[in-house]
Design a protein around this ligand. Structure first.
Ligand code: AMP
Ligand code: MG
Length: 413
C-alpha cells in the first residue's frame, strides 16, 4: 500500500500536490488508434521521423526558380512550369521555371524569386527587380528534421498540431496508453438530479455534471455511479464496486468531519488515507487515499468537497495533476504571474485563498476584479472567472497592489 503518513492539521497546497503527483502511477498497457481518433490521447512510446522534413527541396513561394549565376541583364526565358505535386525535374541551362508553393525545385536552380518581384517582357523573358540571394525561398530537404530524429516523447499528449505533424509523416495509427477509467460518486441525501422536481431542502447535483465534463475533457472514461446516500454502508458498497472496475475513484461531499460525513472512515476501513485537509479556501476538506484491492498500489481515491466551487478548485489544483500523472503525462507547475488588484478585501482564514476574478485590460495591463460572490457554493462567479488571485494566508488584498494570478486556461487541455 502506498499510503504514507497521515498529516496532522492542514497540508500546504504545494506539499499536497507534490504528494499526489508522486503517487500517480502511470497507467500500463498500449493500444493503437487511428490518427483521427487520437486527439487528447497520450503516446505510449517515443516516435521518430520516418521521412526527412521537408522530404524534397521545394518552393516557399509562387514565383520563378532559376540559377542565379545565369541571370544577366537580358533576363531569362521561362522554359518550364512546375506546379505542386509535379515530379522533380531538371532546369534546362539558360532558362528559368515558373514554380508554385510546395512544388519541387528543379535541379540546377538555386533560388526562387517571388512573382511580385518579377516582370515578363514582350519576348516572355523574366526580369527580376531588387536583390536575389542563393537559396532564397527554397525549403531545403531535411531542414526541419531528418528521418530518425525524435518527433514526440512518450507521454506527450496528442494535440491537433501534433496530429498534423504525424500526418505529415504519413503516420496513420499511433500507439497510445489506455484511457483512464474514473469512477464518479456524488454523495449526499439532499441531492437530486436536474430535471427532477425539487422539494424543500433538496439540492440539485451540480458536481456530477461538472466533474463528468472535466474528466471527459481530460480524456478519461467516466464510470458514473450517480448519487449515493449518506450512510457508511451505501458508501462502502459503492467504493467496493468502483475499486474493482476503475483506475481511480473520485467522490464529492461527505468529506468534512460532521456526523453525516462518512467518506474518511469508510476509506480508512477499505484501505488507507494519505492526507485529509489542505490549507486552501475553497477546497479545504480534500482527502486522498487508496482502496485496497489486493494489488501493491491499490486503487487511488480522491474525495472532493461537496460545495461545488470547492470541488472545482480541488479538481484543478489537486485531482487534475494526479489524473495527468496516472495518464502518463508530465505534470507542470502551477502557472502564475503577478496581476494588480482593482479592489480591496480582508483575508483572515489561515489558508491560501483563491479568489475568483476577471481581468479588465486597462491601458494594456490586466487589473483583477472579483468575478462575483466568493462563497464556496457560489457557482456564478466561478463559472465566469478568468482565473484566481492566489492570496497568501491571512493577507488582505489592497487595491493597486500586485498578487499572484493563476489563469484558469491552464486547467483545461
Ligand atoms: P458536504 O461536504 O457533503 O457536507 O456538502 C457541503 C455542501 O455542498 C452542502 O451544502 C451540500 O448540499 C453541497 N453539496 C454536496 N454535494 C453537492 C453536489 N453534488 N452538488 C451540489 N451541491 C452539493
Ligand atoms: Mg453531504
Amino acid at each position: 500500500m502506498t499510503c504514507a503518513t497521515l498529516a496532522k492539521g492542514l497540508l500546504d497546497l504545494e506539499v499536497a500536490r507534490a504528494r499526489m503527483i508522486a503517487a500517480a502511477e502511470p497507467i500500463r498497457g498500449e493500444e493503437f488508434v487511428a490518427l483521427d481518433q487520437a486527439v487528447g490521447r497520450v503516446l505510449s512510446r517515443h516516435l521518430v521521423a520516418r521521412l526527412d522534413m521537408p522530404s524534397i527541396d521545394n518552393s516557399a513561394m509562387d514565383g520563378y526558380a532559376l540559377c542565379l549565376a545565369e541571370l544577366g541583364e537580358r533576363g531569362l526565358p521561362v522554359v518550364l512550369r512546375v506546379p505542386a505535386g509535379a515530379a522533380v525535374s531538371a532546369l534546362p541551362e539558360g532558362g528559368c521555371a515558373r514554380i508554385f508553393t510546395g512544388a519541387p525545385v528543379p535541379t540546377g536552380a538555386d533560388c526562387v524569386i517571388p512573382q511580385e518581384r518579377v516582370t515578363l517582357d514582350g519576348e516572355g523573358r523574366m526580369h527580376v527587380s531588387g536583390e536575389a540571394k542563393p537559396g532564397a525561398n527554397i525549403r531545403r530537404r531535411g531542414e526541419e528534421y531528418r528521418a530518425g530524429d525524435a518527433l514526440l516523447p512518450s507521454g506527450a499528449t496528442l494535440n491537433p498540431a501534433a496530429l498534423a505533424m504525424l500526418a505529415s509523416q504519413g503516420i496513420a495509427e499511433v500507439p497510445v496508453l489506455p484511457r483512464l477509467t474514473v469512477a464518479l460518486i456524488s454523495t449526499g441525501d439532499e441531492l437530486i438530479e436536474p430535471g427532477e422536481p425539487c422539494l424543500a431542502g433538496q439540492v440539485y447535483n451540480s458536481n456530477r455534471v461538472m466533474l463528468r465534463a472535466l474528466l471527459e475533457q481530460q480524456g478519461c472514461e467516466v464510470l458514473d455511479l450517480g448519487i449515493i446516500g449518506d450512510t457508511a454502508e451505501a458508501l462502502h458498497e459503492a467504493f467496493v464496486v468502483t475499486r474493482d472496475s476503475a483506475d481511480l475513484v473520485i467522490c464529492t461531499g461527505g468529506v468534512s468531519v460532521g456526523e453525516e460525513d462518512h467518506v474518511r472512515p469508510v476509506l480508512e476501513a477499505l484501505g488507507g488515507l494519505v492526507f485529509h485537509g489542505v490549507a486552501i479556501k475553497p477546497g479545504k476538506p480534500v482527502a486522498f487515499g487508496f482502496l485496497d484491492d489486493g494489488s501493491p498500489e491499490g486503487v487511488p481515491l480522491i474525495a472532493l468537497p461537496g460545495n461545488p466551487v470547492a470541488s472545482l478548485v480541488g479538481w484543478q489544483l489537486l485531482a487534475r495533476p494526479f489524473v495527468q500523472g496516472r495518464q502518463g503525462r508530465a505534470v507542470g507547475p502551477l502557472q502564475q504571474f503577478n496581476v494588480r488588484a482593482g479592489f480591496s478585501r480582508r483575508g483572515n482564514h489561515g489558508r491560501r485563498e483563491l479568489l475568483r476574478v476577471v481581468l479588465d485590460w486597462q491601458g494594456g495591463l490586466p487589473v483583477a476584479f472579483l468575478a462575483g460572490g466568493q462563497g464556496s457554493h457560489m457557482l456564478r462567479a466561478a463559472s465566469q472567472a478568468h482565473g484566481y488571485l492566489m492570496m497568501a494566508a491571512d493577507t488582505d488584498v489592497e487595491e493597486g497592489h500586485e498578487y499572484p494570478y493563476l489563469p484558469a486556461g491552464q486547467f483545461v487541455d
